[in-house]
Design a protein around this ligand. Structure first.
Ligand code: C2O
Ligand code: CU
Length: 480
């Protein structure tokens, strides 16, 4: 009898080597991202054109919007490279508004960081700028403007930059990049104005009505039951948090913002805040005819965000009727030197939202909004422990340009599993510490909340690394 059950199990659920492709043909066709042609024959150089322009895109059958796009698509093209490659991007702006391209998370030289007034002039209508840098770290990164960011990202300007390590030993060949976002538009396909809801809209952080994955509302991904898939996920929404739930099935997290983490961690609820990336192995189980739904479940990121929000379907996984497989557990690891706080300079970063004045609200860092702030300073090679205290009633996904950091717990130890981060959520009324080593690349680097409405609402600053002069750059106080 036991023999019979064992035999039956073997027949139904063969264990497989994950390295072989197990996904059904066309499994990711519902959310395939375009890839730009590489104009450079050198295998170590990826050279592309990228144009910002208006385009009509369809996010669901019959649902069209005049979006702001890179190369006419929503999101922009998936730029695929390998670690160590040089990336050259000939960027052209065909929008009426000035813009730039910021390479979120990439350790670029300051001249390539895409911040107007600091690293480059704004790229005005009809103008071009060439970005040119080496990709030193494997991982999933992304690109977006740094001019009126809340508006421009909310209107559709974002795309993924995947830096692969061919030797990463993850061994799951069915891989898909998932760009999560949202957008709002009316029946005529006109974008919702970036200042909708006024100051209250800024404080809440404007979320779009349509939740998108790779520019599609509720797309379909196909799967063979039990077969592992590698999902490279970025939250490119300007304000929305994605608290992911695959009907309780586990996510095996293997990497974070700056590539693979120390060891995998299994969870069945996964928070991805704006700007963050996660590298996941998912082996969805189910049957043909009964799709499994990936949902964004409720997460309280501030007053009203639970009361006034609904659970959203993000994508559905549809199963083939192939026999299910059982994949071996994922065992990929990476050695990361644990950060130590000994000898680090303590830097206090207090985030506040004082009561409105004259019907206007502004977020403040150490008592001042960005347009009144003086830069922080760091010597080249200085290690700093940033103690970010959030006194406001809102969560803030805190992002630092140009450098990875490790998150430090209450005991002064780095959070395990060790991971390299560039964006970390600082929950309301909580303190989060991070250890960053300003070891190279002098320059004026930005930090800000990646709820881009909050950033534009004052929650932004810069740090002068090394012997450099402050640019005196202030973002214009945006209209509310
Ligand atoms: Cu995605 Cu200034 O950041
Ligand atoms: Cu914020």
């Amino acid at each position: 009898m036991t023999m019979f059950i064992l035999l039956a199990l073997c027949l139904v659920a063969p264990t497989v080597a994950a390295a072989q492709s197990l996904a059904p043909a066309g499994w990711d066709a519902g959310l395939k991202l375009t890839e730009p042609p590489d104009l450079n024959p050198d295998p170590k150089v990826v050279e592309i054109n990228l144009t910002a322009r208006l385009a009509e895109v369809e996010v669901a059958p019959g649902k069209r919007v005049q979006a702001w796009t890179y190369d006419g698509g929503l999101p922009g093209p998936l730029i695929k490279t390998r670690v160590g490659d040089r990336l050259i991007v000939h960027f052209k702006n065909e929008l009426k508004e000035p813009t730039t391209v910021h390479w979120h998370g990439v350790r670029v030289p300051i001249e390539m960081d895409g911040v107007p007034g600091i690293s480059q002039p704004e790229v005005k209508q009809g103008e071009s700028f060439t970005y040119d840098f080496v990709l030193r770290d494997a991982g999933l990164y992304w690109y977006h403007p740094h001019v009126m960011s809340a508006a421009q990202v909310g209107f559709g300007l974002y795309g993924a930059l995947l830096v692969e390590d061919p030797d990463d030993a993850v061994g799951v060949s069915d891989q898909v990049t998932l760009v999560l976002s949202d957008i709002s538009f009316d029946a005529k396909g006109q974008l919702e104005p970036a200042d909708s809801g006024g100051s209250a809209g800024m404080v809440f952080g404007r979320e779009g009505d349509y939740v998108l994955v790779n520019g599609k509302h509720r797309p379909v991904l196909k799967a063979r039951p039990g077969a592992p898939q590698r999902w490279r996920v970025v939250n490119a929404a300007k304000s929305r948090f994605f608290y992911l739930d695959l009907e309780g099935q586990p996510f095996t997290v293997i990497g974070a913002d700056g590539g693979l983490q120390e060891r995998p961690e299994v969870t069945d609820l996964l928070l991805v805040t704006p700007g963050e990336r996660v590298d996941l192995i998912v082996a969805p189980r189910g049957q043909a005819g009964t799709p499994l739904i990936l949902r964004a479940t409720l997460y309280n990121r501030g007053y009203g965000s639970v009361q006034y929000r609904a659970v959203e379907d993000v994508l559905s996984v549809e199963f083939t009727n192939q026999p299910p497989v059982v994949a071996p557990p994922v065992r990929v690891s990476r050695s990361i030197a644990p950060a130590t706080i000994e000898g680090a300079t303590v830097v206090n970063v207090d985030l506040t939202l004082p009561p409105m004045q004259n019907g206007q609200s502004e977020f403040r860092v150490n008592g001042v909004p960005f347009w009144k702030a003086k830069p922080f300073v760091a010597r080249l090679g200085e290690r700093q422990l940033w103690t970010i205290k959030n006194d406001s009633d809102w969560d803030h996904p805190f992002h630092l340009h140009g450098f990875f950091f490790q998150v430090i717990d209450d005991q002064g130890q780095p959070v395990r599993p060790l991971a390299l981060k560039d964006t970390v959520n600082v929950p309301m009324k909580k303190t989060v510490r991070l250890l960053v080593n300003f070891d190279e690349r002098p320059g004026e680097w930005m930090f800000h909340c990646h709820i881009l409405d909050h950033a534009d609402g004052g929650l932004m600053g810069t740090v002068l690394v090394g012997d450099v002069k402050a640019s005196g750059h202030v973002h214009v106080k945006p209209p509310r």
